[in-house]
Design a protein around this ligand. Structure first.
Ligand SMILES: *Cc1c(COP(=O)(O)O)cnc(C)c1O
Length: 346
């Protein structure tokens, strides 16, 4: 295992190095057991653990940053702990998994980050990426709801993302999520099912897909594993939340920041035809994915039914960049945290 002094801080590959410790909390006999912080290492798991066969697995992805304490000195800020906890609870319910107690989640994060805080990187744009997750551990080959689970938290230092605009293809055949499905849950199965269409898009020269709705393949839903936003006629437009769209913490944060900056916001369905028309008359100025990993991932090209439409090259910093800058300032304590998003750890 890589130790702290061996990490190449200038070339952090996402999810390659893990901090010294992890938190584990098991669920058995209808109750959550005592959480424990242990050295990072492999789990021992039955080959017939239900998670491995039937996909009862969920996760979260969040970040911690170094920040100047309001009282001077340095603290670590874990961003939007509560919203991530609530979403994990929602995912748990959808997958018939027990909800991890709020204190186990919150205190676990605090203790783990405090203990491994030397791993929170210092370079601009970098962060400690934190991955809470839960798997079904009961050893049984029959399809059933597991009676035992393991909740765990691991963390990995990540560097700044280089914002190379990506090329995406509007996906009209395959779907990520349908009404009544698991799209709003952060569960492993959603990712497994998205790989094939994504690979096909890559073979066609795109970086990923823009998912459309399962019923008509007509309304934009998400960009790969990110939420998606457009700037149409100066208005920040994003599809409304539904059971087929993940309630992204970054999406929510950027929408609130947009309001704070006086940017007009519309949460409404985005028809693929509307996008085509907007390209035709030059009304679309920006498109970007939003998520914890990259904050915003600019889209440079959208492929619609075999035609590639290029987004205009940004002249001055666009709406996306302004929103991202404000978000970064809040997370590093350089702008007031009016919404109480920051969770400070010593
Ligand atoms: C995690 C995720 C997002 C982004 O959510 P954030 O909370 O902003 O990181 C968007 N869409 C999908 C499908 C996701 O899994």
């Amino acid at each position: 295992m890589t130790r702290l002094h061996e990490v190449d801080w200038n070339n952090l590959e996402f999810g390659k190095y893990f901090t010294d410790h992890m938190l584990i909390c098991d669920y058995a006999d209808d109750a959550w057991q005592q959480p424990a912080i242990v050295p990072f290492g492999d789990f021992q798991i039955s080959p017939v653990a239900l998670a491995l066969h039937y996909g009862q697995t969920i996760f979260e992805g969040m970040k911690a940053f170094r920040m100047e304490a309001p009282s001077g000195g340095e603290v670590i800020n874990i961003f939007r702990v509560e919203k991530h906890y609530n979403r994990m609870a929602l995912s748990s319910e959808r997958l018939c998994m027990p909800v991890v107690p709020r204190e186990v989640f919150t205190d676990g994060l605090r203790r783990l980050v405090e203990l491994d805080k030397a791993w929170v990187p210092r370079m601009e744009g970098s962060a400690l990426y934190i991955r809470p997750f839960m798997i079904a551990t009961e050893a049984r080959l029959r399809v059933k709801v597991s009676s035992s689970y393991r909740f765990a938290i691991v963390a990995t230092p990540v560097g700044a993302y280089f914002e190379q605009p990506i090329r995406v293809k509007v996906e009209r055949t395959f779907v990520r999520a349908a009404r009544g499905g698991t799209g709003y849950a952060k569960c492993g199965g959603n990712y497994g099912a998205a790989m094939y269409p994504t690979q096909r898009a890559r073979e066609e020269g795109y970086d990923g897909v823009l998912w459309t709705d399962a019923k008509e393949n007509r309304f934009i839903e998400e960009s790969g594993a990110m939420n998606v936003m457009f700037v149409l006629d100066g208005v920040l437009v994003t599809p409304p939340l539904s059971d087929s769209i993940l309630d992204g913490v970054t999406r929510d944060s950027l929408l609130k920041i947009a309001e704070r900056l006086g940017v007009s916001v519309a949460e409404r369905p985005v028809d693929v035809e509307e996008l085509k028309a907007a390209f035709a008359c030059g009304q679309i100025s920006e498109a970007f994915g939003t998520g914890t990993a990259a904050v915003i991932s600019p889209i440079g090209m959208i492929g619609i039914d075999g035609v590639d439409y290029a987004l205009p090259a940004p002249g001055k910093p666009g709406v996306g960049t302004r929103l991202k800058e404000m978000l970064e300032k809040i997370r590093h304590g350089r702008e007031t945290d009016v919404e109480n998003w920051n969770f400070l750890v010593k």
